[in-house]
Design a protein around this ligand. Sequence first.
Ligand code: NAD
Length: 503
Amino acid sequence: MSALDDNIGKLQDALKHFQNAGILNHINGSDVPAMSGETFQSVSPVDESIICNVARGSADDINAAANAAKDAFAQWRDMPAKQRKTILLNIADGIEQRAEEIALCECWDTGQALRFMSKAALRAAENFRYFADQVPGARDGLNLPSPTLMNVTTRVPIGPVGIITPWNTPFMLSTWKIAPALASGCTVVHKPAELSPLTARILMDIAKESGLPDGVWNLVNGLGEDAGKALTEHPAIKAIAFVGESHTGTLIVKQGADTLKRNHLELGGKNPVIVFPDANLDRALDAAIFMIYSINGERCTSSSRLLVHESIKDEFEAKLVARVNNIKVGHPLDPSTEIGPLIAQDHFDKVTSYFEIAKTDGATVAAGGERQGDKGYFVKPTLFTQANNEMRIAQEEIFGPVLTSIPFSTQAQAVQIANDIPYGLTAYVWTNDLTQALQVTNELEAGMIWVNSENVRHLPTPFGGVKASGIGRDGGDYSFDFYMEQKHIGFATGEHKIARLGA
Ligand code: NAD
């Protein structure tokens, strides 16, 4: 039996439960259908088959979940840190035990290739382990003495929070948000993306087994403009941690205005990889290819704009074309597959529309530029050359395995092109000139920059973007800054003079 057949067999076992029971919401410790009784269907992008029915929650379901999270808050906040830490570690263990099943379902639901998703499940467990370890210190504060007061600070969890996640690597991103929220003492209502509900449900099942009190973590499936909107508007929800498109981010802010929501927004990107001629060009090539063509290019941190020095452009692009044409597009559960299908028909239509847009704008389709097969949402990895930064293929987030190559002549021009974009999530710089690296990283408008490296996530470092790529940071203590409030308490150290009015 081939590895693909073996994986398909295991997937079919894993899907049986979903096919029989559908995907239910989880509110206040119980698995429940949507109050309206409505469902929607989850469809696999691999063969366009229906996977299962999913509860279609709306404002009533969100209301019940938000109230459950509100009622559970005091108990969870006041639970001894050691106990809370143990529960989070139990969740990490549960993820590890079901890592293979999670990876298979994620691939089937999203089209991601197994070679990347198997590691994503383990990284998700690591998220829970990392934040479990931070629990005992989460409330730590400062002592800021003044002449008359002992001023101390502490942090307290903000309250019930809403977490809204997208369909790209949904399992990993959900844990990235939910783990620090729970670690800080917040209770959670999670609204996963409607296009990829499977692994959020498995995660909920793992959490149920972990010793978590009822109401601490609630799951409501549904559409963004319906359940998602209701979550952002609910008065019991104190903050929204959102990952998704920049336009949706603007809606989140507007919808939450009346209830003064605190928002953390992780949004889109159109990230430059800048290759200077003195760099190790073989490594730069490997990294540029990895950062745009892995994860189907459906990655906020993808290096979707290649800025390459004119003196090395022809050679670099020629090597790129050869490698891109060699990337294996195929069934996501085949271990040799490097690119699987795009998430859904709408997204497929959007990505493939840029093949024409590129030509109309005067760019060259140097590789790919067409779909693969006639079933499922497969596209060939694509490279546009002869492009400039004004073209739509350079300015808009395509969110697929599509790279736009733009030449530059000077360091100043590279920085100018890199920054001439609404987004500012990541940037990648390839040079062995230290002064150049220092100057360029200083001038780039991006939340995260890697020099001579692809994106390597280290959990204590701040993750987030500037400009239209987001507001706020994840990771390490930065996550606690979002999910917690600073509290200052001043204790008089003696009988200092108090102004006496009306005496
Ligand atoms: P999306 O904005 O369409 O949807 C994200 C989530 O928001 C979904 O759960 C959706 O149901 C919900 N939603 C939609 N409308 C809503 C509304 N009015 N109110 C409340 N919720 C609403 O994004 P997507 O297409 O699922 O994800 C892809 C996008 O996510 C890309 O732009 C990508 O760059 C971005 N992303 C950013 C990061 C980051 O860290 N910056 C990480 C991953 C993905």
